[in-house]
Design a binder for this molecule. Structure first.
Ligand SMILES: [Cu+2]
Length: 283
């Protein structure tokens, strides 16, 4: 089962993914998902074995009379067995965890796209960069407002590097479907990670670090599109269009040009706006 991701996914599906949202939408997520499902299966196998032993002892050695049973102590082989076995179990889990963790944290020398994630109270800005690191330039960006939930448009099948920075307090970048989140720090700490997405679609993103009064409203949406559409989106943005115009340029018209996955916190939320009553409708 460890060797076959496919069968792990079908097993996971049969058991509600053992509590996870699903197999994820990136190559990194699939590896974490497989580790989770395999670890859970291993834990269940050990659990069933231990429960079996417990119930066997309860039934086999239940009280039959007033005679005191034989008092056994210091069975050396048993002592060794139940010291070595848990260490082996932990060592195997640690081994696979270390491998997956290293892989999820791996950074490439030349990512296909670099996106700077800027978090602030209580919004997100996504800067598309022309290189790696804080000294690279921003070629286009999308940002949220009191009235519009920000969109993070990214291509499928490319190495995307996210570089995180905050303007005030600690926030956390979280897209549940990535099975991953990472804190966004202010100051000179620049958290970096990479993902390669393998499923187009629209996915909700949230701030996962309690950052202040309106933390709960700090939503965004990740829109995963084909490489061609992404190029068109970015070119349209570079020419000075709004994010919604650029969305229309790649086929997301009308309400589709705005975030669709952040319910119950909708974009264009005038009327129920959190600090600007009667704000103007989004353009
Ligand atoms: Cu936040």
């Amino acid at each position: 089962m460890l060797l076959s991701g496919c069968s792990l996914e079908s097993v996971g599906k049969a058991f509600g993914h053992f509590g996870w949202p699903g197999p994820g939408i990136s190559l990194q997520a699939h590896k974490m998902y497989d580790l989770w499902i395999a670890s859970t299966i291993a834990a269940l196998v050990v659990g069933i074995f231990v429960w079996g032993l417990i119930f066997w002892c309860i039934i086999r050695y239940r009280k039959r009379g007033d005679e005191l049973p034989v008092q056994t102590r210091f069975n050396m082989p048993m002592e060794v067995l139940y010291t070595v076995t848990p260490i082996l179990v932990v060592a195997v889990l640690f081994y696979y965890t270390a491998i997956v963790q290293t892989d999820v944290d791996k950074l490439s020398k030349n990512p296909d796209q670099v996106v700077e994630v800027v978090a602030f109270k209580w919004q997100w800005q996504f800067n598309y960069r022309d290189g790696i690191g804080p000294d690279a330039g921003t070629v286009a960006s999308t940002v949220g407002s009191a009235d519009v939930i920000p969109l993070l448009v990214v291509p499928v099948g490319q190495k995307i590097r996210f570089e995180e920075t905050a303007r005030d307090v600690i926030h956390s970048f979280w897209v549940p479907e990535l099975l991953f989140k990472r804190d966004v720090f202010p100051g000179n700490v620049r958290n970096v990670f990479e993902v390669t997405l393998d499923k187009e679609g629209r996915y909700v993103g949230r701030c996962a670090e309690l950052c202040g009064t309106y933390h709960a409203y700090m939503q965004f949406e990740m829109v995963v599109v084909s490489a061609d559409k992404f190029t068109t989106f970015l070119d349209t943005k570079k020419r000075g269009s709004t994010t919604q115009q650029a969305m229309e340029a790649i086929g997301f018209t009308g309400a589709q040009a705005y975030a669709t996955t952040t319910a119950p916190l909708e974009t264009r939320r005038q009327g129920s706006n959190w600090y600007q009553p009667n704000t103007a409708a989004a353009k």
